[in-house]
Design a protein. Structure first.
Length: 370
């Protein structure tokens, strides 16, 4: 099992004692095994030889690193990736090692926390290459470099520029106050409301920003007595004619989206109305046939006292209902067709001419002209 191998291997690595030094825990797999297993399982830690002249770590620190590392591997196998990452974090805090940091980053990536995964992978790339005299090194640099490039396309970067003479305490994002020296900051794509907080009481500036994947957003912070400067998005698409609608008007995409919703709703209502027509029409036809059968034969006067009054009344009740439902169904169908023409026609790209549909009265109905 992974856990037993790791326990024995990591225990051997943690047998080094004395001052708290970073201990490297190299991977046990061969190159072929690493290529097959690195995408699904965390790297395991084999036994390492004691280095002469090194001191042993304290028992508490050694046990903490071992227990948390094994715990992280068990949680990873259970696909509880974020819990596994937390366990590897604690193991790395006790004994920083390249393989622990790799497993930490992999767990965050599997758990969907792209920002923390990227940060951990970048920390891993800061380690020296293996082999080295340093106790912690990066032996999967090529693999991690490709992963970092992939993850950077899924996140955005927020950078700030502070005007000379402006002193701020930090920038609040999602209730966390981040000091200026922590920028540029990696964030997941989305809309944020940030608060720039100055040193003095009441110096607060609120700014909505939108982080886009693969882009760097720059924010210029001026003095609190000046109007806020607009944000700048680097690496944006080439500028062109403005497609933003005037204030108070919806975009073409929003208009078509609403029309499509109305069209599908109309299709459903038309279908229900058609079903109602089928039911009422069937009942009307049944009553009429029953009346017609009772009026057949010699000596039957359907215009006098022998007329089947119950069947006649039923026909007279159902006939206007059926006619009304036929009209409603036809009206719904016509409206649905017109809405569909507007919803699924129009511009198909830049410079395309909009499709125009004209509805005009005509003998016996309506005339549609394209």
């Amino acid at each position: 099992m992974w856990t037993s191998g790791v326990a024995v291997a990591l225990a051997a690595n943690l047998s080094l004692a004395g001052t708290v030094e970073p201990v490297q825990i190299p991977p046990v797999q061969s190159a072929e095994e690493e290529q097959a297993e690195s995408a699904t399982t965390p790297a395991e830690a084999p036994a390492a030889q004691d280095e002469p002249g090194t001191s042993t770590l304290g028992d508490a620190l050694r046990e903490e690193a071992l227990e948390r590392y094994v715990e992280g591997g068990v949680l990873f196998e259970r696909r509880e990736y974020l819990k596994a990452a937390a366990a590897f974090e604690r193991s790395y805090a006790a004994i920083p090692g390249g393989i622990t940091l790799y497993n930490l980053a992999l767990s965050y990536e599997k758990g969907g926390d792209v920002v923390r995964a990227l940060q951990a992978y970048v920390r891993y790339l800061d380690l020296p290459d293996c082999p080295t005299e340093e106790p912690s090194c990066a032996d999967r640099r090529g693999e991690v470099t490709k992963t970092v490039e992939k993850l950077r396309g899924k996140v955005g970067v927020l950078a700030i520029t502070i005007e000379d003479g402006v002193d701020i305490r930090g920038i609040e994002i999602d209730d966390d106050i981040i000091p200026p020296e922590d920028f540029p900051l990696v964030l997941e794509p989305g809309k944020f409301e940030i608060r720039v907080r100055g040193r003095r009481r009441g110096e607060v500036r609120v700014r909505p920003i939108e982080i886009e994947p693969g882009q760097r957003t720059s924010l210029f912070i001026e003095g609190f007595d000046k109007p806020p400067a607009p944000k700048v998005v680097d690496d944006a698409e080439p500028k062109g004619p403005s497609t933003a609608p005037p204030s108070g008007r919806m975009t073409e995409e929003e208009r078509k989206r609403r029309l499509k919703i109305a069209f599908y709703g109309g299709v459903g209502l038309t279908a229900l109305s058609g079903l109602a027509v089928a039911v009422t029409g069937g009942l009307t036809l049944q009553a009429y046939n029953r009346q017609d059968e009772r009026c057949r034969g010699e000596g039957v006067d359907c215009s006098g006292t022998e007329f089947p009054a119950a069947d006649r009344d039923r026909v007279e009740q159902l006939r206007p209902i059926t006619n009304t439902m036929v009209g409603v169904t036809a009206g719904l169908g016509l409206v649905t067709v017109v809405v569909g023409l507007f919803a699924f026609s129009g511009k198909n790209g830049a410079g395309a001419r909009a499709s125009v549909t004209r509805v005009a009265p005509a003998p016996g109905g309506l005339r549609l002209r394209f």
